[in-house]
Write a new protein. Structure first.
Length: 387
């Protein structure tokens, strides 16, 4: 039985893949350039500015992987309502009651999700390695795959690239990408909020780009502000007190007074690997697809990759079998492409203030709010196909 998996990249997606495959009986080695101390992160009071809206599908996967209990005793916030509007609040509201669920998802810090997964590694005998330097060559044949570093060599039956948008493994496997940089950048702002625990996440579309509110565990929240890179760079350089005034002028719907704690600006890119598989190499997560974070789907798609890949590999005689890997690719590439195209439709459709288009958008939002069955379908999709 050939079941040695080598995973490069131990971010949220790579770590989830490692835990899932180890639970299925694979022998897993994970290479990570920046290994973490999971216990220290899970116990730290330090709040991280990078957060993800985790949908119900991802929540169930994290539950199955034993990570959700760690996250519940660290920090997380359930959201029950999701609102989208252009002119005035209330134009389109999704509520968990509409799909008979207690919540729609969770807002959780990325490093907590990663740490909650890493916490499982020792028990599952997942080996973590941090070889010196970058990988220099990749060779593969019917028997297996070999990844070579200056001083180390790793052999496996399957090499899983989970090393993010700039994946080196993808390059070594000679897999090309198609994509572009968006004009807009996005600024994340961590605030400490003087208001009770919030349960609604909302997004307002403005001609410069969307702004969004993500409730974290009391007393924190994350604000997302899309605009031109130069403008956001200038805003992020302001004192926290001056930035607060700019936020008040822009984010009308904030539920209380607040202090700015941290600010970070991210460039936005769309990138899709031309194929997910090259013999015994397979891509997952951002190594395969980087999506506009407009609707907070990036890591949720990555977790769906993990579920689909582990599904086809379960009980396989050879986890590097090309026909199995192609099944994974077929399933995930179409789904990821669809989500990317939907995000682009929103991005390009809403990033302008042309009169008739604006009127049409407002009608569409109001109609969608009243379109019972259709609205429920959209909501189920946003929850990862689960309610
Ligand atoms: C502003 C913003 C907001 C977002 N909000 C959301 C959201 O609300 N919901 C959501 O689902 N998604 C969101 N996303 C997307 C989400 O953050 C990404 O999809 C997710 O982080 C991808 O995880 P990953 O594990 O695939 O890659 P990464 O997070 O990039 O992890 C890659 C890992 O590989 C390691 N690595 C890299 N190169 C090597 C190497 N050569 N050798 C060994 N290790 C290596 C890195 O150290 C890292 O640990 C957002 C993204 C942005 C920019």
């Amino acid at each position: 039985m050939k079941n040695k998996a080598l995973i490069v990249g131990g971010g949220m997606v790579g770590a989830a893949c490692a835990v899932k495959l180890a639970k299925q009986g694979c022998e897993v080695t994970l290479i990570e350039t920046s290994p973490i101390d999971a216990e220290q992160i899970l116990q730290s009071e330090q709040v991280d500015i990078r957060v993800s809206a985790i949908n119900r599908f991802s929540e169930l996967l994290l539950e199955e992987l034993g990570a959700m209990s760690s996250l519940k005793s660290a920090r997380n916030a359930q959201y029950r309502q999701l609102e989208a509007y252009e002119d005035k609040p209330g134009q389109l509201i999704f509520d968990c009651d509409e799909v008979n669920s207690t919540h729609l998802g969770h807002i959780i810090e990325n490093n907590l999700i990663q740490a909650a997964l890493w916490r499982q590694f020792a028990e599952l005998k997942i080996q973590v390695k941090s070889p010196q330097g970058q990988p220099i060559s990749l060779t593969q044949d019917d028997e297996g795959v070999t990844l070579l570093y200056q001083q180390d060599e790793f052999n496996a039956d399957l090499l899983i690239a989970a090393d993010g948008g700039r994946s080196q493994i993808r390059q070594l496997a000679r897999i090309g990408v198609t994509g572009w940089q968006y004009d807009q950048h996005c600024m994340g702002i961590l605030i400490k909020l003087d208001a009770p625990q919030q349960h609604k996440t909302w997004q307002q579309f403005t001609p410069n780009g969307p702004i969004a509110f993500l409730p974290m565990q009391y007393p924190y929240a994350n604000l997302i502000w899309y605009d031109e890179g130069s403008k956001l760079k200038q805003l992020s350089g302001l004192s926290h007190a001056t930035l607060k005034q700019k936020i008040i002028e822009t984010f009308f719907e904030l539920p209380g007074d607040f202090d700015v704690e941290q600010v970070a600006v991210f460039p936005l890119a769309r990138q899709h690997a031309n194929q997910y598989v090259a013999n015994r190499v397979v891509l997952v997560g951002d190594a395969a697809h980087t999506i506009n974070p407009l609707a907070g789907q990036g890591v949720n798609l990555g977790f769906k990759d993990v579920a689909a890949l582990s599904d086809v590999l379960n009980n396989a005689d050879d986890i590097g079998s090309l026909s199995l890997l192609r099944k994974y690719e077929k399933k995930r590439r179409t789904d990821n492409l669809l989500m990317m195209s939907m995000m682009d439709a929103c991005y390009f459709g809403f990033s302008n203030s042309v009169g008739p288009l604006k009127a049409l958008r407002n009608i569409a939002l109001n109609v969608a709010n009243k379109a019972g069955p259709l609205k429920r379908e959209v909501l189920k999709h946003a929850m990862g196909g689960i309610s």
